[in-house]
Design a protein around this ligand. Structure first.
Ligand code: ZN
Length: 103
């Protein structure tokens, strides 16, 4: 019988590599001039990441941290075109529908 604590530990070792790749790509793309007026507060960033992640396949690996990064590079190379277009769309959709009150 697995205890809750053990489940929490297992969950902590499950990594969706796609999350790393999407966040890195978001950071890189938002530095571009064409996106300089896009809101980059935490809510918008999370909306963009969620939008992209819901449209990309999850890729889970159970590894130590160092290994995740090597898998990240692999994934970036394999799907860079898809990733780029989905992340670009995420930025556009979220920035066009940005209705937070705090900015
Ligand atoms: Zn915002």
């Amino acid at each position: 019988m697995l205890k809750d604590e053990k489940l929490k530990h297992l969950k902590g070792r499950l990594n969706n590599v796609t999350e790393e790749v999407v966040l890195k790509m978001l950071r890189d793309m938002l530095q571009r001039k064409e996106f300089e007026d896009v809101c980059k507060d935490e809510d918008c960033l999370l909306d963009m990441a969620s939008y992209a992640l819901n449209r990309l396949p999850a890729k889970y690996v159970a590894t130590s941290k160092g290994e995740v990064y090597s898998k990240t590079e692999e994934l970036e190379q394999q799907h860079s075109v898809d990733l780029l277009s989905v992340v670009t769309r995420a930025i556009k959709v979220v920035s066009e529908n940005d209705n937070h009150d705090n900015h």
